[in-house]
Design a protein. Structure first.
Length: 169
């Protein structure tokens, strides 16, 4: 069975809940302490006392409003500094620049060309077995693929139709 514990540290109360699968198995409410860790520990102890199976929980999720409250009330705040690692913010490209669209089109075209070459198996370095260079300018040839035992009847049909030459490949 999947057991999870959820703890919410609020300004007045600290709530702890044990979920078994998707159902609430036990819930406790304890007063919030000035020290957040002590309040969480007390809530967990009360939850385990009420539901001993809470010891087998697979996950614990903790949420608190202490940080938000401290910023809003401007109390218990220490001095901090934000350090930016990297180029100045103005050194990057502004959003929606034309070059980004142009590069998208360029790379899309290149990918399409590569796909056609690879999937079409181009270029063909070896001609097909039926290729004859005589049929490249003013003459044409017909390649007929058939079973070897049918070769004689195909030869007769093409000869009767006026073929100048019939050869088996």
């Amino acid at each position: 069975m999947r057991r999870r514990i959820g703890i919410d540290v609020g300004g007045t109360n600290t709530d702890a809940v044990l979920l078994e699968e998707d159902a609430v198995a036990a819930a406790v409410k304890t007063p919030t302490t000035a020290d957040v860790t002590t309040g969480i520990t007390r809530a967990l102890a009360a939850l385990v006392e009420r539901a001993p199976t809470a010891r087998d929980a697979h996950a614990v999720m903790i949420g608190t409003t202490h940080f938000t409250n401290a910023v809003v009330q401007r109390r218990d705040l220490g001095r901090v500094a934000a350090v930016r690692i990297g180029l100045p913010s103005g050194a990057s490209l502004p959003p929606f620049v034309v070059i980004a669209f142009e590069l998208t089109i360029l790379f899309g075209g290149i990918a399409t060309l590569i796909g056609m070459v690879v999937l079409g198996r181009l270029p063909k370095f070896r001609p097909s077995p039926g290729f004859d260079p005589r049929f490249t300018r003013d003459r044409f040839g017909v390649a007929v693929h058939c079973a070897p035992d049918r070769g004689g009847s195909v030869r007769e049909i093409l000869g009767a139709a006026g073929a100048e030459e019939v050869k088996a490949v």
